[in-house]
Design a protein around this ligand. Structure first.
Ligand SMILES: [Zn+2]
Ligand SMILES: [Zn+2]
Length: 137
């Protein structure tokens, strides 16, 4: 993977740079990801927030996550691309949407989370660990 990687929204209003390797990379099959991505799952990179620099105007949408703590979803208000999530249950990290990377070819998902919500017509052709919700701890 590159030392630094960049990405942004579809229209170019929002751009970001990241200077640390992801802690975890995963497929998320949760209902919120399905709704907000308009797709059966999303792929996210868990990144230290102090290595994440973002510029451009952002919109926010907040809901309670599984933990009961707020999950803030950030998107471009112009083109509506979802960029990242800030989960208060995971302080110090942001969850970046892999599809917003300029080059996502190096991304290596390591697990499936919220597999209990996976659509039955999504066939997983990998041997990655699957968690009904999230891994313990
Ligand atoms: Zn945009
Ligand atoms: Zn999700």
């Amino acid at each position: 993977m590159p030392d630094r990687y960049e990405g942004g929204c579809h229209c170019g209003n929002v751009r970001y740079t990241c200077s640390a390797a992801p802690e975890f990379t995963f497929y998320c099959h949760c209902s919120d990801c399905q709704k907000t991505a308009g797709s059966p799952f999303s792929v996210e990179l868990m990144i230290p927030s102090d290595a994440f620099e973002i510029r451009g105007e952002l919109g926010t949408y907040t809901v309670a996550g599984d933990s009961g703590k707020p999950v803030h979803r950030f998107f471009c208000p112009r083109c509506a691309s979802g960029i990242y999530l800030d989960c208060e249950a995971d302080p110090g990290y942001v969850f970046l949407k892999a599809g917003t990377l300029d080059d996502a070819s190096w991304v290596k998902p390591e697990m499936h989370i919220y597999a209990a919500k996976k659509q039955p017509w999504v066939e997983l052709g990998d041997a990655l660990p699957r968690y009904e919700t999230v891994p313990e701890g």
